[in-house]
Design a protein around this ligand. Sequence first.
Ligand SMILES: Cc1cc2nc3c(=O)[nH]c(=O)nc-3n(C[C@H](O)[C@H](O)[C@H](O)COP(=O)(O)OP(=O)(O)OC[C@H]3O[C@@H](n4cnc5c(N)ncnc54)[C@H](O)[C@@H]3O)c2cc1C
Length: 437
Amino acid sequence: MGIVSPGFTGRRRSATELPPGQYLTHEFPVLSAGPTPHVRPEHWEFTISTETGEVHRWDWATFTSLPAEEITRDLHCVTRWSKLGTDWKGVSLDTLLADVETGADFAMANSDGGYTTNLPLEDLLDGQAWIAYEYDGEPLTPEHGGPAPAAGPTSLPVEERQMGARPGPVRHGRPGLLGERRVSRVRRPMERTALRRRLTWQVGTVTEVREESATARTLVVDVPDWPGHLAGQHLDVRLTAPDGYRASRSYSIASAWTGETIELTVEQVPDGEVSPYLVEVLKVGDPLEVRGPVGGWFVWQPGQPGPIQLIAGGSGVVPLMAMLRAHIGSSAPAKFLYSVRGPTSVIYAHDLREVATSENVEITFAYTREAPPGEPRVGRVDADLLNAVTFAPGDDLTTYVCGPTPFVEAVADLLVSAGHDPARVKTERFGPTGGPR
Ligand SMILES: Cc1cc2nc3c(=O)[nH]c(=O)nc-3n(C[C@H](O)[C@H](O)[C@H](O)COP(=O)(O)OP(=O)(O)OC[C@H]3O[C@@H](n4cnc5c(N)ncnc54)[C@H](O)[C@@H]3O)c2cc1C
C-alpha cells in the first residue's frame, strides 16, 4: 500500500464504485491549455473527409436539424476525476457516418490547437459516440467545447471527446476519416508526456513549513532522487488513509530547481479534502508522497527569447513565482500582475518585495476587495488595467495566466480581445468551473 499519511482520513467516495485511482467530483473540471476559443454558431462547421477525398460538411443549422439523442454517461478522465450520470444531448456518429463510404479502420481528429488523435472506427459506431451540444438541458459554453464538442465512447478518457478536426493527410496506418471543427484546446499533449515518462510515486519528507497568508502555507519537501523540474511544472500529491483510501491532487512547484528540495504552496479550499490536510495537519518530519514533475507547456526557461508577462489570481501565483525565481539573473524584461483580495492575501509578500528590486521586473497588485492605504483602485482585472500595466501584444512576448478557472477565462479573453496571439497566451486553471455552462 505504500505509506500512510499521518492524520489523513479523507472524504469517502459515494457508494458507487469508481475505477481504481479515480476520485469523484460533482464539479466540472476544465482541461484546456490556452485561451478558450469562442466559436460563434454561424462560424461552426463539422466536416468528415474520406480516403477518396469525399467531403461531408455540416454547418450549425444543418447539424442541429439532424436527429438528436439524449445520453447519460459516467465520465472517467485520465487526470483521475470521475463524474457520474452526466446527461447530454447530441447527434450520434452513427447518424453522421451513415452516408460515408470508407474502408478505414481509424478516424483522425484534430483539435483547435493542432493536436490530433486517432480513434478506432469501431469505438465510434454502434451508439458509442456523439457530437454533444447540450449538457443537463442547457447549451454548452465555450469553456466546455461549446457550441458542440464530441462525446466519445465511454471507455475513452474525457479529453478524447473534446476533439475537433481539420482536413489533412492521414499519417498513421490505413487511410482514415477526417473531420473539421474548432473546440477548446485540451491538455492531453502534456498529460501524455507525463504518462510516457512513467512517473512513479516517491516519498519525500517535510523539512519546513512557512505560513504565507491566513489560508496558505509553503511546504518544503526533501525528495531523494528528485529528477529536477522546469519553472511552471507541477506534481501530484497523494494522501493515504490508514484503511488504504487515497486522494491525490496537483500542486505547482513553487521553487526553481535547486536540487532535491522542492517547495509547494497550498491555499486552503473551504470544505476541500486535500488542501486542509496540507495546510493544517501535515507537519515537519511527516512523509509526503509525490509524483512528478508534470507538464511541459506551461513552463518558462532561462534563455527563452522575448519578454514575459505573468498574470496570477490568488494561489495561481505559485508557478509564476517559480518563473520569477528562475528569472533571477535573466535579462528578459518581465512584468507581473497579481490579483489578490487584499494585502493580507498576498502570498510570497517578502519574496516579491525582493524581486521588485530587479531592474527588469515590474510588479503590480490588483486588489479586488480591500486595498492598502494609498492604493486607490479596488476591483477586478479589466481591460483598462491590462492595457496600463502589461506588455502590449508583440511577436516575441509570452504571457502566462494562472489562477481559479473563472479568473483565467476572463483574463485570457481580455488578452485575446486586446490583440494577443492566443498561441502565446499560456494558461493554467486551478479549479473547476462549477458546471459546464
Ligand atoms: C496543474 C494544477 C496545479 C495546481 N497548483 C496548485 C497550487 O500550487 N496551490 C494550490 O493551492 N492549489 C493548486 N491547484 C489546485 C489543487 O490541485 C486542488 O484542486 C485544491 O487544493 C483543492 O483541493 P481539495 O482536495 O482541498 O478540494 P476538493 O475536495 O477537490 O474540492 C472541494 C471544493 O472546492 C472546490 N475547489 C476545488 N479546487 C478549487 C480551487 N483551486 N479553487 C477554488 N475552489 C476549488 C471544489 O469545486 C469543491 O467544491 C492546482 C491545480 C492544478 C490542476
